[in-house]
Design a binder for this molecule. Structure first.
Ligand SMILES: [Fe+2]
Ligand SMILES: [Fe+2]
Length: 305
């Protein structure tokens, strides 16, 4: 089914889901969550050092990637507006979503700056580099775009929440949970649109799901030293293949979208579904294997005296 026809067909659903989103969203303010009393001025020539923070490197990596991902919002907005259009419920959604996402970088950055959790100079340089290069995932069709953002918003929710738990500070946890709640609502909007799209064009959507699951990458791939940070994030169990498999692919793709039970698929879509199911199974096995290896490695690591 052509993308324009599908988006037209789904527009009433997008309008309903936007209404649901607005009815459930609670207004909140970054300034009420940031512990400003812990802050002090930065002296001229100030140089950050890791001794200033209680946070281990893995958690700092995660916060660094999380806030830079939020900072890249202008490019996500551009992609989403280009995919779904600026009129009707689609346009209204993307503008509302943009406004909500803007809060996330504000609140996380203020927290990091006030608590001196990470190097403010390195962070600002990384932000300039990241926003300057404007590298974001670009799904080739609106169908694939809907699938990508469904998975990515949930991945972001999980990463924020798990990071919050490891921050080991009730204020930081509350703030990250607040952001994660927003990401969850974003996920639900897109997840249910994909559900509606599957009812309209199951074959087209299965092809889109297969490709996006196969190619999925977290939206931070342009970030300075991303691979090193991603490894640290996986090491801490914040986000890894196992989380991706157990908390995203299984509950959303298999259970919620019910990909295994779809009927009336074209031959190409049947083949894509087979490949998708095999891929998910392999990813689950690889995730468990890597998590086991990490746990064994941690067991072997020298213990503090
Ligand atoms: Fe966000
Ligand atoms: Fe989001």
């Amino acid at each position: 089914m052509p993308a324009d026809a599908l988006l037209d067909e789904l527009e009433p659903t997008a309008a309903q889901l936007l209404e649901r989103h607005l009815a459930q969203a609670r207004e909140w303010f970054p300034h009420e969550l940031v512990p400003y009393s812990r802050g002090r001025d930065f002296e001229p020539g100030y140089e950050w050092s890791p001794e200033e923070t209680w946070l281990p490197e893995e958690v700092r990596s995660s916060l660094f990637v999380n806030v830079l991902t939020e900072d890249t919002l202008p490019y996500y907005f551009r992609t989403i507006e280009a995919m779904f259009g600026r009129d009707s419920a689609w346009g209204e959604w993307s503008r509302r979503w943009t406004a909500e996402e803007g809060r996330h970088s504000i609140v996380i950055r203020d927290y990091l700056t006030v608590t001196r959790a990470i190097d403010p100079v390195a962070l600002e340089r990384a932000r300039m580099a990241q926003v300057g290069c404007g590298k974001v995932p670009q799904p080739p069709t609106p169908q694939e775009g809907l699938v990508y953002v469904s998975l990515q918003e949930l991945a972001t929710r999980i990463a924020h929440h798990n990071t919050g738990k490891l921050v080991d500070d009730p204020v930081g946890l509350a703030l990250m949970k607040r952001v994660a709640t927003d990401e969850n609502r974003h996920h639900l909007f897109y997840r249910d649109l994909v559900g509606a799209a599957l009812a309209v064009d199951p074959s087209g959507m299965v092809l889109a799901i297969e490709r996006q699951v196969r190619e999925f990458a977290m939206p931070g791939t342009g970030i300075v030293d991303f691979d090193r940070h991603a490894r640290a994030i996986a090491r801490a169990g914040i986000y890894d293949f196992q989380v991706h498999h157990d908390q995203i692919l299984v509950p959303v793709v298999l259970h919620h979208w019910g990909v295994e039970d779809l009927t009336g698929l074209s031959d190409a879509a049947e083949r894509a579904r087979d490949a998708l199911l095999t891929h998910i199974e392999r990813l689950g096995k690889a995730g468990r294997r890597l998590a086991r290896r990490r746990a064994e490695g941690a067991d072997r690591a020298p213990q503090p005296a």
